[in-house]
Design a protein. Structure first.
Length: 262
C-alpha cells in the first residue's frame, strides 16, 4: 500500500464548485466557474455586510455590537486623520471596508471548521486577490492625484529641494518606487497568509504521523508539534489583524501622497 503524502500546497488549490467547471463566457471561451475562492469571498462579503448592518441601529445607549462597529469605524477615522488630515475623512468608507474585508477573510480562513466537514479557503493567500485589492487602492491614489493636482502630480517624483543636477537620477528612482507600490502591497499580505497556513499544515502532519508511528514518536514528535502548533495558531490570529491593519495603513499613506504631494 502506498504511503499517504501530505501536500501543504493542496489547501491553496482553487477548485470549481457545483459542477461549474465547464462554464464559459459566450464565444470567448473564458472560464467563469464558481470556485471555492469565490465562495469564501461571497461568505466574507455577507459576514461584513451583516456586521455593519448589525451596528447601524444608532441607539442612544449603544449595545455591544453597535459599540464594536463604532470602535472599528473610529479606529479607521483616527488613522486616516493622523496620516492624511481632515481630508482623510472622505476615505473612511473605502478604507474601513478594505480593512474589515481583509480582516474577516483572514480570520475565516483560520476557523477550525474542518471538524464539521467544512474546509475554509483563505483567498488572501492568493496574489491574484491581494494584487487586485492593491490595484484598487493604487487606482484611487492615481485618480485623486491627477484630479486634485493635474500634471503637477508628477512633482511627487522629485522631492522638494532636490538639486537640478540630481533630477535625472532621483526622478526615475522615485517613479520606479511609486510603481512598485501595488506589487509590494499585495505581495506582503499574500506571503504572510500563505506562509502561516503552510507551517500549520506541516506541523499538523507531524502530529498525525507521530501519533500513527507509535508512543515514542507521539511523545517525541507529536506532542511538541502540537504545542508549537497551538502557539502558531495564536500568532496567526495576531498576524491576521496586523496584516489587515498594515494594508489599510499603507493605503492611507499612499492616499496622503496623492492628497498632499509629500
Amino acid at each position: 500500500m502506498a504511503e499517504a503524502k501530505v501536500d501543504p500546497m493542496h489547501q491553496f488549490t482553487i477548485e470549481p464548485l457545483f459542477g461549474s467547471e465547464s462554464w464559459a463566457l459566450g464565444a470567448t471561451g473564458i472560464n467563469i466557474a464558481f470556485t471555492n475562492s469565490a465562495l469564501w469571498m461571497l461568505i466574507t462579503t455577507l459576514v461584513l455586510f451583516a456586521f455593519v448592518m448589525g451596528g447601524m441601529k444608532r441607539e442612544l445607549v449603544p449595545g455591544r455590537w453597535q459599540m464594536m462597529v463604532e470602535t472599528f469605524t473610529g479606529f479607521i477615522d483616527q488613522m486616516l486623520e493622523a496620516n492624511i488630515g481632515k481630508a482623510g475623512r472622505k476615505y473612511v468608507p473605502y478604507v474601513f471596508t478594505l480593512f474589515m474585508f481583509i480582516l474577516f477573510a483572514n480570520l475565516l480562513g483560520l476557523m477550525p471548521l474542518g471538524v464539521i466537514g467544512v474546509h475554509p479557503f483563505t483567498f488572501t493567500s492568493h496574489f491574484t486577490v491581494t494584487g487586485v485589492l492593491a490595484i484598487m487602492s493604487f487606482t484611487i491614489v492615481l485618480a485623486v492625484g491627477f484630479f486634485k493636482h493635474g500634471l503637477h502630480f508628477f512633482s511627487l517624483f522629485l522631492p522638494h529641494g532636490t538639486p537640478w543636477w540630481m533630477a535625472p537620477v532621483i526622478a526615475p528612482i522615485e517613479f520606479i518606487s511609486f510603481m512598485v507600490r501595488p506589487f509590494s502591497l499585495g505581495l506582503r499580505l499574500f506571503v504572510a497568509m500563505m506562509a502561516g497556513h503552510v507551517l500549520l499544515e506541516v506541523l499538523s502532519s507531524f502530529v498525525i504521523s507521530g501519533g500513527n508511528a507509535g508512543p515514542l514518536f507521539a511523545v517525541g514528535i507529536g506532542i511538541p508539534s502540537m504545542i508549537l502548533m497551538i502557539g502558531i495558531c495564536a500568532l496567526e490570529l495576531l498576524v491576521a489583524g496586523i496584516q489587515a491593519y498594515v494594508f489599510a495603513l499603507l493605503t492611507a499613506l499612499y492616499i496622503n501622497d496623492a492628497e498632499n504631494l509629500h
